[in-house]
Design a protein around this ligand. Structure first.
Ligand code: ADP
Ligand code: 5GP
Length: 209
């Protein structure tokens, strides 16, 4: 993928005129939210995290327009039909839909920032297909056992849900080579530092070979 062409030349670009879309994904529980929170607060490059739309109900403390845009099934379907989504997917097979609104990329561009998408693997592959120059980062744990420990340690899912997530994770790991980079989240500081370096390299115009 070295020397991939710039895809647009409008605002929200780096010094080489690229419209930069960063996608961070990987199996649930691998630590992507933790890494993304760190990166967004540090801003090693100007980044705006896209607020996703979802049909799942809000959890306590979640705010519409900040955590997600919480839509009902009809509203989500209407927007999908109208082509408002860059990508969308049913995540975790429980009838809940998630998607990235194209308007979120526009919002980042208007702010002169890159757009950062933290989305599931199906959605990430759709974005990579549409924008081959996507700065795609697959986050994974060092081993499957460690992955299971983290899912259990987080304490947010039942045994049945964990078994399903492990099965999904095995399938998702097979897609890792579709991404430009893989970050192994063994030590959090090291993983954040590696992610930071990937972004800085892209800003400097260096591409993964
Ligand atoms: P994801 O967003 O991929 O589902 P989270 O960021 O919620 O994953 O992380 C899952 C759990 O693993 C959380 O309890 C988090 O604190 C923990 N975690 C994240 N990174 C590490 C790491 N490098 N070492 C140990 N635990 C971690
Ligand atoms: P949660 O319901 O726990 O907030 O998120 C569940 C999963 O949905 C996470 O794995 C997250 O990456 C994924 N997700 C969140 N937003 C989007 C999105 O816009 N598109 C896709 N494809 N997945 C998303």
């Amino acid at each position: 993928m070295s020397g991939a062409a710039a895809s647009t030349s409008e605002g929200g670009t780096n010094s080489h005129g690229e419209q930069v879309v960063v996608v961070i994904s990987g199996p649930s529980g691998c630590g992507k939210t933790t890494i993304v929170e760190r990166i967004v607060s540090e801003q090693p490059v100007p980044l705006v995290k896209a607020v996703s739309a979802t049909t799942r109900p809000p959890r306590p403390g979640e705010v519409h327009g900040e955590s997600y845009f919480f839509l009902d099934d009809d509203d989500f379907a209407a927007r999908r039909e109208a082509g408002e989504f860059l990508e969308y997917a049913e995540v975790h097979g429980r009838g809940h839909w998630y998607g990235t609104l194209r308007s979120e990329l526009d919002r980042a561009r208007e702010m002169g920032a890159w757009s950062l998408l933290e989305i599931d693997v199906q959605g990430a592959l759709a974005v990579i297909d549409e924008f081959p120059d996507t700065l795609s980062i697959f986050v994974r744990t060092p081993s499957e056992d460690e992955y299971e420990r983290r899912l259990r340690g987080r304490g947010t899912e039942s045994d049945e849900v964990i078994a399903h997530r492990l099965e999904t994770a095995r399938r998702e790991l097979e897609q890792a080579d579709r991404y430009r980079y893989t970050v192994v989240n063994d030590d959090l500081e090291r993983a954040v530092s590696e992610t930071r370096n990937i972004l800085k390299d892209r800003e400097a115009g260096r591409h993964a070979g």
